[in-house]
Design a protein around this ligand. Structure first.
Ligand code: PEP
Ligand code: MN
Length: 370
C-alpha cells in the first residue's frame, strides 16, 4: 500500500508527526519513505510493507497529511503501474525531462578513445542543439585482451568538454560500485560541469549487489539495460531493486536479445516490448538500436537498419534513444562497425522527429476513438 502525502507537506509539522506516530503503531507493517519529484511539485510517498491486507483503504485515507492511497500488487511495487494508479511518473535531471511522453536522443561514443574525438562528437551535438550524449569510460568486454575503456583517467576531460559544449546528461556505464565514487570525484574536481546517468549494462542486469549500491545513491538517475538472456519480468524486477533501495529515477533500456534467431542482426530486436513496459511500469523506455543491429547494413530503400529500427521503437512510444556515433569508425576501439557517422547526426534527428510526430498522431487518433 502506498500513502501519497499532501503536496509539499512540512516534515517538521504536526500532521506529519502525527502520521508517523500512527503508522508506527501498525503491527507487522514496515514503512519506507520516498520523495517523488514531478514536473510541478515534489511529493512524499510512504510505502507500507508487510501485513497490509487487513488495512482499510478508507481508514488510511483519513490519516493526517494523506492525500491519496493506492493499493499495490506484489509486482514491481514501486516502479509498477498499479490499477487505478495515477501517480506522477518520470523525473527531471539537470534540466532534462524523462518520462513516458518525452523523447531524448543520446548519440555519442560507445567508448571514449581520445579527447579529440570527444570534442568533435560534442561539438556536432552542440551544433544541432543536443544536450544529451553517451560516453563509455568503463567497458565490459568479452575478451580480457580487448580495450577495457580508459576508466577514471578520461573522466576529467569528458566532463570538462561536456561543460564546454553545454551537454547536460551523459549516459555512462559503470561495472563496479567504485565507479560511482570515481565519477563523483571527477565531477567535483571539474566543478560539476554536467550530469551523469549511470548505465547498468546487459551483462550486469542481475548483478544484485551492484544494483543495490546504485539504488542507494540518489544523485544520479539510472539507465538499466534489459538482460540479454533473461525474461522481461526478470529484468523489470532488476529495475525494482534500484527503486526498492531508494532510487526510482530509472529508465529501462531495450537493446536486443542474444539469440541466433536475430541473425544477421547482432541481437534480436525486442522493441515490440516498448508498450508492454509502459503498461506494466511507469518507467520511461530507452531503445538502443546500435547494440541491437550491430552493423551499418542498409536496406534497398537506402535506410540503414539502425535507422529503421530506431523509427520502429519511437513510433511505438520509446522515450530515449542510445545510439553509437564515431568521428572515424575505423579507428574506434569498441564497436566501430555499428557506429553512425557524424554527418548522419542531423539526418538521424530528422528521421527520429518524423517517427516521434507519427507516434503523437497515433496517440491522438486512439484518443478520438475512446
Ligand atoms: C553499451 O551500451 O555500450 C553496451 C555495452 O551495451 P549493452 O550492455 O547493451 O551490451
Ligand atoms: Mn558497445
Amino acid at each position: 500500500m502506498i500513502l501519497i502525502l499532501k503536496a509539499n507537506i512540512d516534515h517538521g509539522g504536526k500532521d506529519y508527526q502525527r502520521l508517523v506516530q500512527q503508522l508506527a503503531q501498525l503491527e507487522n507493517v514496515k514503512t519506507s519513505e520516498h520523495q517523488v519529484t514531478g514536473e510541478q511539485q515534489s511529493l512524499t510517498e510512504i510505502y507500507l510493507l508487510g501485513d497490509t491486507q487487513s488495512l482499510d483503504i478508507n481508514d488510511m485515507q483519513q490519516l493526517p497529511g494523506v492525500e491519496r492511497v493506492v493499493r499495490i500488487s506484489d509486482e514491481y511495487r514501486i516502479l509498477g503501474r498499479h490499477k487505478d494508479d495515477k501517480r506522477v511518473s518520470g523525473f527531471d535531471y539537470n534540466g532534462v525531462r524523462f518520462d513516458q511522453q518525452s523523447l531524448n536522443i543520446f548519440a555519442g561514443l560507445c567508448a571514449v578513445d581520445n579527447e579529440e574525438h570527444v570534442d568533435i562528437m560534442m561539438q556536432a551535438l552542440q551544433d544541432l542543439g543536443q544536450v544529451c550524449t553517451r560516453m563509455g569510460a568503463y567497458k565490459p568486454r568479452t575478451s580480457p585482451y580487448s580495450f577495457q575503456g580508459h576508466g577514471a583517467a578520461c573522466l576529467p576531460f569528458v566532463f570538462e568538454q561536456a561543460g564546454r559544449h553545454d551537454i547536460k546528461v551523459i549516459a555512462m556505464e559503470i561495472t563496479h560500485e567504485s565507479h560511482i565514487d570515481e565519477i563523483n570525484e571527477a565531477l567535483e574536481k571539474t566543478g560539476q560541469p554536467t550530469g551523469v546517468m549511470l548505465q547498468i549494462g546487459t551483462r550486469n542486469t542481475q548483478n544484485f549487489e551492484l544494483l543495490k549500491c546504485v539504488g542507494r545513491q540518489k544523485v544520479f538517475p539510472v539507465l538499466l539495460k534489459r538482460g540479454f538472456g533473461i525474461t522481461l519480468e526478470e529484468s523489470l524486477n532488476a529495475a525494482e531493486y534500484l527503486a526498492s533501495e531508494g532510487n526510482s529515477k530509472v529508465v529501462f533500456g531495450l537493446r536486443g536479445m542474444k539469440t541466433n534467431m536475430g541473425d544477421p542482426h547482432r541481437n534480436f530486436v525486442d522493441f515490440a516490448h516498448v508498450p508492454v513496459i509502459k503498461r506494466l511500469t511507469r518507467m520511461p523506455v530507452c531503445i538502443d538500436p546500435s547494440h541491437s543491429v550491430g552493423s551499418r547494413d542498409t536496406a534497398p530503400d537506402n535506410i540503414l537498419d539502425v535507422m529503421h529500427i530506431t523509427a520502429q521503437g519511437i513510433i511505438a512510444g520509446a522515450n530515449m534513444v542510445l545510439v553509437d556515433f564515431h568521428p572515424a569508425p575505423s579507428k574506434a576501439l569498441v564497436d566501430g562497425p555499428q557506429a553512425l557517422l557524424l554527418d548522419e547526426l542531423e539526418y538521424l534527428l530528422k528521421d527520429t522527429g518524423i517517427a516521434y510526430k507519427a507516434y503523437q498522431d497515433r496517440v491522438k487518433l486512439a484518443k478520438q476513438r475512446r
